[in-house]
Design a protein around this ligand. Structure first.
Ligand code: GRF
Length: 194
């Protein structure tokens, strides 16, 4: 669990790889006076990630690590996080798998959002699989990151109905809207009762 003292905001880094709509919702949340987190930096695996526009717009420090040499880059990321006194990492559409070594160093302090009702539909292409299997419900999950993919302790979930005429695209877009509500809510649940 994340250990926090006093009322200072939790210095947070958000890791992204693409569009960054969850990052946008986290920035909005962090900008609220009552928010328990402060987004100190944004890390991207891709210099052209659309999400970096939100970093620029809100004057948040950002850096790109391509993770081509995973061991080297993870070491540099760790140094960079320590230098910036980061105590929480929020993965938000981050497309690389962090090593066990890295996760251990940030044990219990890495969160992720996944677009399914975990433990169902871990991994990629969740919405296509949900539609193909004619599931009645789907949703999204905020969870702790551990060494197994999408398998860490669940913090919060939002369940929605899959409509008869849903496509992977329509379902993804309805769930994404819920993701933007769920991630801040889960952070609130984690930190407000400290
Ligand atoms: C979201 O659906 C998230 O659940 C998944 O990747 C997608 C990222 O979208 N992990 P965005 O970059 O936050 O818009």
């Amino acid at each position: 669990m994340v250990k926090l003292t006093g009322k200072t905001k939790v210095k947070t880094a958000v890791f992204i790889s693409g569009r960054g709509s969850n990052l946008k919702s986290l920035i909005k949340f962090a900008n609220l006076k009552k928010s328990p987190i402060q987004i100190k930096l944004i890390l991207s695996t891709n210099i052209r990630a659309k999400g970096l526009s939100f970093a620029r717009k809100h004057n948040i420090k950002y850096k790109t690590f391509k993770f081509e040499d995973k061991t080297r880059d993870e070491m540099n990321v760790l140094k960079y996080l320590n230098k910036n006194e980061i105590s929480l990492i929020c993965l938000a559409g981050f497309m690389k798998i962090l090593s066990i070594n890295f996760i251990k160093k940030f044990n219990g302090k890495i969160l992720n959002i996944h677009p399914s009702l975990l433990p169902k539909y871990k991994g990629l292409n969740t919405h296509q699989r949900v539609i193909k299997n004619k599931e009645k419900f789907s949703g999204c999950t905020v969870h702790f990151v551990n060494s197994r993919l999408d398998a860490g302790k669940i913090i919060m979930q939002k369940k929605i109905k899959v409509k008869k005429n849903d496509t992977a695209k329509s379902l993804a877009s309805r769930i994404l809207k819920q993701e933007h509500v769920l991630y801040p809510k889960a952070l609130g649940k984690l930190f407000f009762n400290r």
